[in-house]
Ligand binder design. Structure first.
Ligand SMILES: *[C@@H]1O[C@H](CO)[C@@H](O)[C@H](O)[C@H]1NC(C)=O
Ligand SMILES: *[C@@H]1O[C@H](CO)[C@@H](O)[C@H](O)[C@H]1NC(C)=O
Ligand SMILES: *[C@@H]1O[C@H](CO)[C@@H](O)[C@H](O)[C@H]1NC(C)=O
Ligand SMILES: *[C@@H]1O[C@H](CO)[C@@H](O)[C@H](O)[C@H]1NC(C)=O
Ligand SMILES: *[C@@H]1O[C@H](CO)[C@@H](O)[C@H](O)[C@H]1NC(C)=O
Ligand SMILES: *[C@@H]1O[C@H](CO)[C@@H](O)[C@H](O)[C@H]1NC(C)=O
Ligand SMILES: *[C@@H]1O[C@H](CO)[C@@H](O)[C@H](O)[C@H]1NC(C)=O
Length: 566
């Protein structure tokens, strides 16, 4: 059984914890199914965790059913307990990648590795003194790659909770395979990230301009605001999504004209900042204690064992753990899917436009989805952007190819969205937009929503996705042929600022929730997480062009599975 869909990090322990987690995941999925069909719009107050209630989110509310579901989803993303720097630990006691090591464990049977086998790597964490760490919770990412073959695959990391971890990889190509293990954050850094969400969920804030005649005022807006001043309540009646601004003096709430990112309040102890140093302990490679690569053979007696449905029979010890099941891998620079989808190469204008011929493609989400609009806009000369007089950053964007009868749109998701100024009339929730899509076999709906939610309690993201899920299910019922594609989160380059507002750790938690919520819905995923992690180019919020090209190939392969024109 697979712990979580393609998780690069997994903290499962054995026995009861594993079992109870598995059970809660099952209950969760059953529950999500049921909730989808509940047509309740009532929004009742529930008791959120004290942490949230004490913060400025005092009136953040979920319906009781959503709150229950949120609790289950939250449990399924739980992270091992991590220590706090402030209590008794010094910086010297925290995880140090330079002192830590990984070791390739010997092959399981015989003396060789073969395609279809799993490779296990033991990771041992040490602090700056070189003392072994005794607790878990470090955020590690692992990759297996071959630079000359342009091959790469994401590994799955297991946390034993005692300072040891294993990374497990699928062996998918013949030849050299090089292991790379990265410490993204020390466990003590994760403590700080968790604390920030608890204590400062409003550290990213937003602004709105209010105007009537010549009177103009700006006020602060957010999902949660202190009710110490008068508020304007912009909670969406259809979805129940909350949004508030401080009421401007002299002006009414309906005088709000624009929405924009306000800013970021950084409120961190200097010692805590030391946990996020790019060349020391943030996204730093862990060295190998011995060889860091293996040779993979392609022996006949292993060929019949299709790579992923084998009964792995590891003898006891710690090596009977997880079967990693990546979504796909790179070979010769091209993404190969392992979920049964054949990924075709759409390398020419004709190939792309023939695939999109007679299609309506709606893209909804953040800038990582806008990137795809930009890709098509750039690649297809006949797909002309129509000037909607909107900003290139916020959209909405519209492009048309009359000859091939292609319509493509981009709409940003609703607040919280950290874009520049946009008219409030364009501030729309994806769930509401989907309710206005006719749908059908000619319609492709692409959704990518993750990076603007990192600073908020996870309940905010859960609620948003549940609303989108309900709208997707409604759309599938009225127009069953509609193709819905969902883009997952991806790891990015981290500075201190980027970490506090949008760390990969926050993205990972949200990514788990996204996969769980859409697991039983007939949507196709673009696994941006693994596609970025497995690639040799550096992590970037907006992945580099060769990665985007591979993502586009995946989308087009979903739209045109036979790709006759290639
Ligand atoms: C950390 O350890 C180094 C060397 O082991 C030492 O020089 C330094 O003073 C220590 N710092 C603290 C805060 O203990
Ligand atoms: C932290 O490191 C110091 C040495 O600098 C050591 O004396 C102390 O026991 C360590 N504390 C923990 C909790 O590991
Ligand atoms: C950590 O836990 C694993 C699994 O229980 C065990 O096999 C390993 O020996 C432990 N490592 C240490 C250093 O205690
Ligand atoms: C409101 O904020 C915008 C953007 O920050 C700024 O350009 C404008 O001058 C402000 N208006 C007022 C009345 O403060
Ligand atoms: C909200 O109110 C609390 C207590 O009154 C205060 O500590 C906190 O700074 C306020 N937050 C904001 C964003 O104004
Ligand atoms: C905001 O409006 C919504 C919908 O009308 C309502 O349910 C909610 O209680 C209001 N919240 C506050 C704090 O007034
Ligand atoms: C679309 O392409 C046109 C022509 O190259 C360019 O001017 C425009 O800025 C592009 N739009 C976007 C949103 O990238």
């Amino acid at each position: 059984m697979r712990a979580a869909p393609c998780r690069p990090i997994c903290w499962l322990k054995f026995g009861t914890i594993y079992l109870s987690l598995a059970l809660s995941v099952i209950i969760l999925h059953l529950y999500i199914e049921r909730v989808t069909y509940l047509r309740t719009c009532e929004v009742a107050k529930v008791n959120l965790p004290n942490s949230v209630a004490k913060s400025s989110c005092s009136f953040y509310s979920l319906s009781p059913k959503e709150a229950y579901l949120a609790r289950l989803l939250k449990d399924s993303t739980a992270w091992p307990e991590t220590l706090s720097l402030m209590s008794h630990l010094l910086l010297n006691n925290t995880s140090d990648p330079a002192h830590s090591t990984f070791t390739i464990l010997p092959p399981n049977r015989g003396g060789s590795w073969n395609i279809g086998d799993q490779l296990e790597v033991l990771i041992k964490m040490y602090d700056f003194h070189g003392h072994p760490k005794k607790s878990g919770g470090d955020f590690l990412l692992a990759r297996l790659h071959n630079p000359s073959l342009h091959a790469g695959v994401a590994g799955q990391v297991l946390d034993y909770g005692n300072g040891s971890y294993t990374a497990v990889f699928s062996l998918l190509w013949e030849g050299r395979a090089q292991v790379e293990v990265i410490l993204v954050h020390p466990s003590e850094g994760v403590t700080v990230l968790q604390k920030l969400t608890k204590e400062q969920p409003d550290r990213i804030y937003f602004r709105s301009l209010f105007r009537l005649g010549s009177v103009e005022k700006n006020t602060t807006c957010n999902i949660c605001l202190n009710a110490t001043r008068r508020l304007c309540n912009y909670t969406d009646l259809n979805t129940g999504e909350p949004w508030f601004c401080y009421k401007p003096n002299q002006l009414n709430c309906d005088a709000r004209v624009t929405h924009s990112k306000g800013g970021f309040r950084q409120n961190l102890q200097p010692i805590e900042e030391k946990l996020f140093q790019s060349d020391v302990n943030m996204k730093v490679s862990i060295p190998a204690s011995g060889p860091s690569h293996i040779q993979v053979l392609n022996q006949m007696d292993h060929l019949d064992r299709s790579a992923f449905n084998l009964p792995w029979d590891y003898p006891g010890g710690i090596r009977n753990t997880v079967k990693t099941k990546p979504t796909g891998y790179y070979y010769q620079g091209a993404w190969r899917s392992l979920d049964g989808t054949t990924v075709h190469q759409f390398n020419t204008i004709t190939a792309i436009s023939q695939c999109l011929k007679n299609k309506v493609v709606h893209l909804y989400g953040d800038s990582t989805i806008r990137q795809w609009f930009e890709y098509f806009n750039k690649s297809l000369p006949d797909l002309k952007e129509f000037d909607l007089q909107s900003s290139k950053q916020t959209g909405p964007l519209l492009a048309l190819d009359y000859a091939n009868n292609i319509l493509m749109t981009f709409h940003s998701h609703g607040p919280p969205i950290r874009f520049g100024s946009m008219p409030v009339s364009q501030l729309r929730y994806i769930a509401n937009e989907l309710d206005h899509v006719v749908g059908g076999t000619r319609t492709v709906v692409v959704i990518g929503i993750w990076s603007h939610f990192s600073t908020f309690p996870i309940e905010v993201y859960i609620r948003r996705l549940l609303n989108i899920r309900k709208a997707v299910v409604r759309m599938m019922k009225r127009a069953p042929g509609t193709l819905v594609i969902i883009r997952t989160a991806n790891p990015k380059a981290l500075t201190l600022y980027e970490t506090l507002t949008n760390s990969d750790w926050y993205s990972l938690q949200r990514d788990k929730v996204l996969r769980a919520i859409f697991k039983r819905v007939k949507v196709r995923l673009v696994d941006a997480w693994e596609m970025t992690l497995a690639h040799h180019l550096p992590h970037a919020l907006h992945p580099h062009p060769p990665i985007v090209k591979n993502m586009i190939d995946v989308i087009l392969s979903y739209i045109c599975p036979t790709a006759d024109n290639l």
